[in-house]
Design a protein around this ligand. Sequence first.
Ligand code: AMP
Length: 218
Amino acid sequence: MRLIIFGPPGSGKGTYSHMISKIYGIPHISTGDILREHILKKTELGLKASVYVEKGIYVPDEIINEIINERLKQNDCNKGFVLDGYPRTIGQLNFLEKILRNSNKSLNLVINIHVSENEIIKRLSFRRVCSNCNAIYNLINKPPKIDEICDICGSKLIQRDDDKPEVIKNRLRVYMDETKPLLDHYLKQGKVVEIDGEGSIEEVFKRIKEAINKFNPT
Ligand code: AMP
């Protein structure tokens, strides 16, 4: 099963992709996570990308497409994947379609999560991520057991530089401007399922599972 999950920053894309990955046994591929790992390890790619990521603007398509090209070649993608944060531009969409076409595959479903702007700003300013394993917390809804420490691996929690309010507004603007044409493209193909992203994680995930099972009842 090949899925894309769309939603503005803070809509829970990362959390739901992780849950989908576990339940349906397909890898969760997040270009944001891959970039952050490179930035943390100070690889050549990380050094190039950090300038963009810290400002909340898009990393150039050539860099992102190469990351996806390499990742989709790995064996665990034979069963499918859930893409989180990719594609984000028409250039990336065309590139993805070319990769799929070349391997006689196609996309099955595009999940589009809706959350209001006020709710997003509230959620992102309270978000913390583990500096080691990328686990996601929220100081209000999903706090760690010990302040500032990851429940899973015990490493320090950090606030992403791009989760600061002035950067959030920029990320939302960029998202709205650049993602709409992509959604329009998939809407025309009848592949989009709209999900109300407000409510508890369990409630929203139940809606997502219903949508996936409707498409793929096995
Ligand atoms: P995310 O974790 O998906 O919100 O991504 C964090 C940041 O990584 C974004 O604000 C961009 O700077 C960069 N990024 C992640 N995915 C992409 C992509 N598909 N295209 C361009 N930039 C990306």
